[in-house]
Each structure stands twice: as C-alpha cells, then as structure tokens.
Ligand binder design. Structure first.
Ligand SMILES: CCCCCCCC/C=C\CCCCCCCCC/C=C/C(=O)SCCNC(=O)CCNC(=O)[C@H](O)C(C)(C)COP(=O)(O)OP(=O)(O)OC[C@H]1O[C@@H](n2cnc3c(N)ncnc32)[C@H](O)[C@@H]1OP(=O)(O)O
Ligand SMILES: Cc1cc2nc3c(=O)[nH]c(=O)nc-3n(C[C@H](O)[C@H](O)[C@H](O)COP(=O)(O)OP(=O)(O)OC[C@H]3O[C@@H](n4cnc5c(N)ncnc54)[C@H](O)[C@@H]3O)c2cc1C
Length: 632
C-alpha cells in the first residue's frame, strides 16, 4: 500500500524520530523538534543519496509532523508554477537549499474563501519601478499561513494588483519578511504566531501586517501576468492559472487523508483483535471485540476507505500530471476538469476520513481517549483538512459548478470530459441493474447503481436551477436556493469516482496478482460499494437506481461482507506496511501487546516522574491532616 520505505531502519534508528516522547512537549519544543526533524531528514537524504520520493515518504512516515510543510508543499511549488524562468532561476535554488524559508500568504483575517475580496493591495509605483504592499485594515492582515509566525523569511503574498486606479485582481508577489542576517522582521513588516490550535501545534501559523512595504517590480511572479516598466498589465495566461498551487495541494490532501485513515484503521483493527471483552455465551470465554458484528460495522468502513483512497490518489495523480504538463505548456484545456475533480475529491476524502477516524477512536473504548492511543491525536491533526486549501462546502460547490457545465454540454450533444462521460447517457434509459440478489455480490453492478445515482443527482439539481431561473429568480438566488442539492450532487459524483477507481484498480490488479489476493480485494471493494449505498440509501432510492427490494438485498449482503472480511482484516492493515514508529500508537503495535505499551506510555508521563505531586505540599497535606488551610 505505501511504497515500502527501504530507509525506515535508518530513519527510526534515530531518537529524534522516535515519537514516544512527543507527549508533554510545549509548543516551542514541538516547533523546534519539527524543524530539527526536517533538517535531519535532509541530511539523511544527502548522506544516503535518497531520492525526493524517499524524502517525501520519510515525511509521511512521520505523519507530516515536521517543519517547513508549507515551504515544501506550497512555497516551492508556487514558484515552480507562478514564476517566470528567470524568477525560478533566482528563487528556486535559494528555496531548495533553505537559504530562504517561505510561506504561501493568501488568507486574511477577514477572507479565506472569497479570493476576489482579498484586501491586501500591491500598488505599482512607476516612479520607483516598485510595488507598494499594504494590508489597509485589521481584516486585511494575512492570517493562518503556515510558518509565517516565526520561520518564514519570505512569503508569496497574494494581493490585489493596483495600477493607477484600476484593480487587476489577485496576483502573487514575492515579499521578504525577515532579515537574512538576524531574522528580525524588516521595516513595515509586523509578523507573529496566531496562537495555539486544536492540533498541528508544531506549525507556526502566523499573521502578517504590511505597512507600505516596497518590493521591486521583478518580485511579481509573472508567469501568468506581468506589469511593464511603464505600468501596462499584460496577461499571458488565464488568471486562474494563479490558482494552480491550490490544485496541487488539494491532490496532496487526498494522499494525506489516505495516510491518516490507514493509521486509524490499523490501530482500531489491531486493537480490536487483541481486546477481549464480554461474551455471547453465558459463562463462555471473552470474545475478541473484532468478532462483534457491530465492531466490524464501526471499523471496516475505515479499512475500505484506506484502499479506496489509495486507488483514487493513484488515479488522480496520473490525471493531475497530464493536466499540469499541458498547463505548463500553456494549454489550459484540462484546467477546469482538474480543478473540478480535485476540489470535490479533496472535500470528499477529508470528510470521509475525519468521520471514519472518530469511529476508529470510539471503537477503542476508554483507551481511545488516551493520547497514547494516538487515534484522537491523528483526528485532531486531520481536522484541518476539511478547511485548508478550500473549505469543503465551497470545494463541493466548485465541483458542482463543473458538473453543471458538463451536463449542459452533454444535453447539448457536445463532448464532455472523461470523468463525466456518464452524463452523455439518456437519463431515462437507465434500468435497475440489480434484478436478483446475487447481482449485489458483483462490484460492477454496484458501480452502475452509483453511476445512475450521481447522474440523477446532477440532472435533478440542474433541472431545479433551470426551473428557478425560468420562474424569474435571479442567478444568485436560484443558486443559493439549491446549494444543498449542489453539494449533494458533487458528493454523489465523488463517491462514484472512488467506487470507479476501486473497481477498475482491483480489476487491473487481478491480471497480475494471486487469486487469493484478488478475491480479498474484490471482497473489500464489494463491501465499500455496499456500505456506501446503505449509508446514503435515501439518495439511491430517490434516484430510482434501486428499489426497496434491492436495498434489502444490499443490506443483507453488506452484513455478510463483514463476516467475509473478518478473517483478512488484520492482514489487510498489516499490508499497509507501516512501521510502529509511524503509527506511534500503544494500541496498534505490530506485536499486539497493547496493555504493556499503554503502561509503558503511562510510566513516561511527566507527572509520574515524582511520586508526590507538588500540589500535595501546597494544598493536600494540610487538608488531609485536618489543619486549616492558609488563605488561598
Ligand atoms: C506532496 C509532497 C510534497 C513534498 C514535501 C513534503 C513535505 C510536505 C509535507 C506533506 C505534504 C502535504 C501537502 C498538504 C499540505 C497541506 C497544508 C495546507 C495548508 C493550507 C494552505 C491553504 O489553505 S492556502 C489557501 C487556500 N485557500 C483556498 O483554497 C481559497 C478557496 N477559494 C477559492 O479557491 C476561490 O475563491 C473560489 C474557487 C471559491 C472562487 O473562485 P473565484 O475566482 O472567486 O470565482 P469563481 O467564479 O467561482 O471561479 C471563476 C473561474 O475560475 C475557476 N477556478 C476557480 N478556482 C480554480 C482553480 N484553483 N484552478 C483552476 N480554475 C479555478 C472556476 O472554475 C471558474 O471557472 P469558469 O467557470 O469561469 O470557467
Ligand atoms: C491549519 C490551517 C492551516 C492553514 N494554512 C494556510 C496557509 O498556509 N496559507 C493560507 O493562505 N491559508 C491557510 N489557511 C486558511 C484556509 O485556507 C482558510 O481557512 C480556508 O480557505 C477557509 O476559509 P475561511 O477560513 O475564510 O472560511 P469561511 O469561508 O469564512 O467559512 C466559514 C463558513 O462559511 C461557509 N461559506 C463560505 N463561503 C461560502 C460560499 N460561497 N457558499 C457557501 N458557504 C460558504 C463555509 O462553508 C463555512 O461553513 C489555513 C487554515 C488552517 C485551519
């Protein structure tokens, strides 16, 4: 599942990467530890001639608990995508050698989603051939960018370009924030950390106020548009190309989601295999909780999601690479498709894993509430994914916007993109594919059900929008009246994508892997499809892709699937090939000794380093001895 990291032994031989000790770290210690880790991985990369992929896998093995995440995943890719060749030649070597440390400063205190309303301005001054950057009011200050608080020496600042009295929209500007001599903020720059978060506290997300900061004209990243010395704005590509970095990170978030749900399902399944509690026969031996149908019902969805997201990431990475190669050659034909697909899938993947991670945590009972179980920590660390790189609702709506355009093309007899080719079918020509119970044991039949449900959801909201417009509603009212249905249609399309990628990937694997493995993967794919229909049965019924009889067969088959997966559940998570130090969980260790590891973790608890707590001498001693307490 995860390209086995041949360098695991090297990485985890170093105490720095042994994660047991992170509990109890202060924010400053977490921050320093993260920086130390990334720089040490960089040294290991040089010492052992690791590839960039090895470097990335090392970071994923550490669950992204490293420093410079935005520098590596946004600042450098933004230079690659938004800068001219000359600008790349200047800035990339500095960034790649960590001579400058960057962030991607787009979001403001007052705006994150609505980029058109960003308030930071970059005003061209032809007298000095410079841009003057300012955050005009409190709500304008940049707020959230990772590494902005204490680390970044430079930021790619997204600002409204002003020439004369005209606003040319959001453009990217390279701004130095701190001195490269003493790291002090430069004149006009007020910068700092925005404070503790629910998780990911090793990251110094920051704020930035720009008070008339002057930068040379050449600091506007000018691949897609530029300003001439005499103040003319020349656009060389769609200004949406300036959004390209976000598209890449949305793809990375799908993989981040896959990595975290693999951790969660591995912990839940391994622990459920060793935890014995209660029994079904009076006086009988206590059962492995993994044998309870309800426990399987709680945690097998995370197992299936792990594989579904793995296959979807692989498919989307290929789709992105094709689109990106064309875009970098100036051909933006696939820009809309890749944006629509990745907006929706980033939202769907992050929604799916945050839900299933909580189910994994709950399945561990009381111990799931201990930091040492790590499932809760993983959830806290994953929660931002439903917001970063675009709030999920907004991302679903971007996907829905794409789907509406595609179905309009389909209805007009025009070509549509491959991911929406199903919309070419006549919506009235669908017949329920499942005519007998045994059809529910074939993922290909289920795929037809998902296709019809997605097509129906998109066609239905398109019709409703058309009806509202024809009834006299203006565009924005008609849209706002149908946002919930638009999100539902986007989710239906995304769930179809996951199911399609799962079915097609297993079908491709069957041609090369053993029948045993093929059978296990087919079973998991079938379960993923069945469970998805059951959990959204109302929508599937509404689409007429299934009736009550089919739903009855599907629900029965889903429960049978639980029992079929049970014998292979532990092997399926072992197949993730995750090192104990990656999973970090006392409940999910490969040796299965959960209780021993829990107790070891408790013994490492800082409070246990002394037998008698300081509070005893301040408060408890007099209390216990019945002596009057001094005034507190
Ligand atoms: C991966 C390995 C890396 C190696 C290093 C390893 C070390 C790193 C460790 C791990 C890597 C992990 C990677 C993940 C890191 C995650 C960290 C994340 C930190 C967070 C960062 C951020 O949050 S950055 C800020 C993100 N902000 C947003 O996303 C804002 C959301 N809002 C918008 O995008 C736009 O406002 C919105 C799309 C909502 C509206 O656009 P707008 O132009 O205002 O109007 P609209 O009419 O809707 O669109 C017009 C037109 O433009 C098209 N379009 C919109 N967006 C895009 C786009 N992104 N790309 C292409 N086209 C776009 C849209 O479809 C419309 O087209 P038409 O319909 O007019 O044709
Ligand atoms: C951990 C973390 C790291 C981050 N790192 C960075 C970074 O490095 N660089 C950076 O620039 N930013 C960063 N961000 C900011 C992030 O990109 C924004 O928070 C995100 O884009 C959401 O925007 P917002 O916060 O303004 O939410 P809002 O858009 O204000 O969302 C509030 C609510 O309004 C709803 N809403 C908003 N617009 C619409 C609409 N059009 N239709 C329907 N509903 C709508 C949303 O669905 C949501 O429910 C980070 C955020 C977090 C949490």
């Amino acid at each position: 599942m995860q390209k086995t990291f041949k360098n695991e032994k090297i990485l985890f031989a170093e105490p720095l990467f042994q994660c047991d000790g992170l509990a109890g770290f202060t924010r400053s210690e977490l921050y320093e530890n993260a920086i130390h880790r990334t720089l040490r991985i960089n040294q290991l990369k040089k010492e052992h001639n690791w590839t960039q992929e090895d470097f990335d896998i090392a970071i994923r093995c550490l669950n992204y608990e490293v420093g410079f995440v935005i520098h590596l995943s946004m600042f450098i890719p933004a230079i690659e995508r938004l800068a001219t060749d000359d600008q790349k030649a200047k800035w990339l070597p500095l960034a790649e050698s960590y001579r400058i440390l960057g962030t991607y400063a787009q979001t403001e205190l007052g705006h994150g989603t609505n980029l058109m309303a960003l308030e930071t301005t970059a005003t061209f001054d032809p007298r000095t051939d410079e841009f003057v950057l300012r955050t005009p009011q409190l709500s304008s200050m940049k707020w959230w960018p990772g590494s902005l608080g204490k680390t970044a020496t430079h930021a790619i600042v997204l600002a409204q370009l002003i020439i004369g009295n005209k606003n040319y929209g959001m453009n990217p500007f390279m701004v130095q924030l701190r001195s490269l001599e003493d790291h002090m903020p430069l004149p006009g720059i007020i910068v700092g950390d925005i404070g503790a978060k629910l998780g990911a506290n090793s990251n110094d997300n920051g704020f930035l106020i720009l008070n008339d900061v002057r930068i040379p004209r050449e600091n506007m990243l000018a691949r897609n548009s530029k300003v001439t010395k005499d103040g003319r704005y020349i656009q060389t590509s769609t200004n949406k190309a300036n959004y390209a970095t976000m598209v890449l990170v949305r793809l990375s978030i799908i993989r981040w989601a896959e990595d975290t749900i693999k951790n969660g399902s591995l912990i839940a399944i391994r622990y459920s295999a060793v935890r014995r509690q209660s029994s079904l026969q009076a006086g009988g031996p206590e059962m492995q909780v993994l044998d309870y149908q309800t426990q399987q019902y709680k945690i097998f969805p995370s197992l299936a999601a792990s594989y579904a997201l793995f296959f979807t990431y692989e498919a989307m990475m290929k789709e992105y690479e094709i689109a990106y190669a064309q875009i970098m050659r100036g051909n933006n034909q696939l820009l809309g498709q890749i944006h629509g697909q990745l907006s929706g899938l980033k939202a769907f993947a992050s929604d799916l894993v945050t839900y299933e991670l909580e189910m994994c945590r709950r399945s561990c009972g009381g111990h799931g509430y201990l930091k040492a179980s790590v499932v809760g920590e993983t959830l806290l660390h994953t929660l931002p994914l439903v917001t970063v790189e675009g709030d999920n609702t907004v991302m679903y709506l971007q996907c829905a916007r794409y789907l509406l355009k595609q179905i309009a093309k389909a209805l007009a007899g025009q070509d549509v993109d491959e991911p929406t080719s199903y919309l070419k079918k006549d919506i009235l020509s669908y017949t329920c594919p499942v005519q007998k119970g045994e059809h529910c044991t074939n993922p290909n039949y289920l795929l037809k059900i998902y296709t019809q449900r997605a097509h129906s959801a998109i066609a239905s909201v398109a019709r409703q929008l058309q009806f509202d417009l024809e009834s006299g509603k203006d565009q924005s009212s008609a849209f706002n009246n149908n946002l919930v249905s638009l999100v539902q249609a986007a989710k239906a399309h995304c769930q179809l994508c996951l199911m399609k990628n799962f079915v097609e990937s297993v079908s491709a694997l069957e041609r090369t892997c053993s029948e045993n493995l093929a059978s296990v993967l087919r079973q998991l794919c079938l379960y993923f499809g069945l469970h998805g229909i059951v959990t959204a049965s109302g929508e599937f019924l509404e689409s007429e892709a299934i009736g009550l009889q089919q739903l009855e067969w599907i629900k029965a088959e889903e429960l049978k699937s639980l029992a079929a997966i049970r014998p292979n559940a532990v092997a399926l998570v072992d197949a993730f090939d995750l090192h104990d130090q990656t999973v970090m969980s006392a409940l999910g260790r490969y040796d299965g000794n959960a209780y021993q590891h829990l107790f070891e973790a408790a013994k490492r608890e800082p409070m246990n380093q002394t037998q008698v707590p300081p509070a005893y001498y301040k408060y408890l001693r007099d209390l216990i001895k019945g002596q009057p307490l001094a005034k507190l």
